[in-house]
Write a protein that binds this ligand. Structure first.
Ligand code: SAM
Length: 279
């Protein structure tokens, strides 16, 4: 059955262009266009937005983004073998898809896009986490993007949205939730991908806040949470000892019991402590 964009089914695209998945590029492809359309819809209303797609591969998600009405898609793909397949999509959507054959970690994509910008990606997990941290820590806030809709290993997704006193709560949750609303919008079993990975995956949607949720100096907050979670089972008065001899007073002033442990402390309290420490 022909797809709504008149392009061949993805299995055929992969066969025609001999896109045998490469493990070292983290290639686990989504071949179900209903599923890729669903992920595109999770990114919000795309009609007035430019979309940065990282790692389009054979283009399943790219086709979803274009069919859902993205004004323009800039797709950054490291593997040159995918370019002919992506060129066919560009031809089916004249003027709306630009493909760049580059390592996303090396490209300054912001300069190539017009706001409002949404970022969508199904990336290898290591690259995805590195890019997420970069996108969350730009030189100035607000960043160039409005939202991030990213596929992760389910456990990483849980670390991004985790709340205090739960197994996955830590620095990634604090960093993400300080500056964004973050939620898991879709959980996918391994069989949704070709080839199937070992674990479940999940799509996280993050919407940037205009200002960080609570005031705090980014560097101080980062230092405190790094120290606190490097020794997450220790009491804070001990894990934060290197912050100075008056750390217990500062903890109390921030409303934190010095005997509490990192995983019990809310983002709001970590920010209060960062303000105490910064003076
Ligand atoms: N988006 C496609 C899909 O959903 O079927 C492909 C997903 S596959 C998990 C990851 C894609 O990212 C592959 O096409 C791979 O070649 C590409 N990729 C890996 N590392 C990359 C990097 N550093 N920069 C850009 N693309 C990369």
């Amino acid at each position: 059955m022909a797809a709504i964009d008149g392009l061949p089914p993805l299995r055929e695209v992969i066969k025609t262009h001999d896109l045998v998945a490469k493990k070292q590029l983290g290639q686990n492809f989504l071949l179900d266009l209903n599923l890729t359309a669903k992920i595109a819809r999770a990114a919000g209303d795309l009609t007035g937005s430019d979309v940065l797609e990282v790692g389009p591969g054979p283009g399943g998600l790219t086709r979803g983004l274009l069919a859902e009405g993205a004004r323009r898609v800039l797709a950054v793909e490291k593997d040159p073998r995918c370019l002919p397949a992506l060129a066919e999509i560009a031809a089916a959507y004249p003027g709306r898809l630009e493909v760049v054959n580059e390592d996303a970690l090396k490209l300054d994509a912001a300069a190539l896009l017009t706001p409002p910008i949404r970022i969508v990606a199904n990336l290898p997990y290591n690259v995805g986490t590195e890019l997420l941290i970069r996108w969350l820590t730009p030189a100035v806030w607000p960043p160039f993007w409005e939202s991030l809709t990213l596929m992760f290993q389910k456990e990483v997704a849980e670390r991004i949205v985790a709340k205090p006193r739960t197994e996955h709560y830590g620095r990634l949750a604090l960093l993400a939730q300080w500056r964004c609303d973050a939620r898991i919008v879709l959980v996918l079993p391994p069989e949704a991908f070709t080839p199937a990975p070992k674990v479940h995956s999940a799509v996280v949607h993050l919407t940037r806040l205009a200002e960080p949720r609570y005031p705090a100096d980014e560097a101080v907050l980062g230092r405190i949470t790094a120290m606190a979670f490097n020794q997450r089972r220790k009491m804070l008065r001990s894990s934060l000892k290197a912050m100075g001899p008056d750390i217990e007073e500062k903890l109390r002033a921030a409303g934190i019991e010095p005997t509490a442990r990192a995983e019990e402390i809310s983002l709001e309290k970590f920010c209060a402590l960062a303000r105490e420490v910064a003076g």
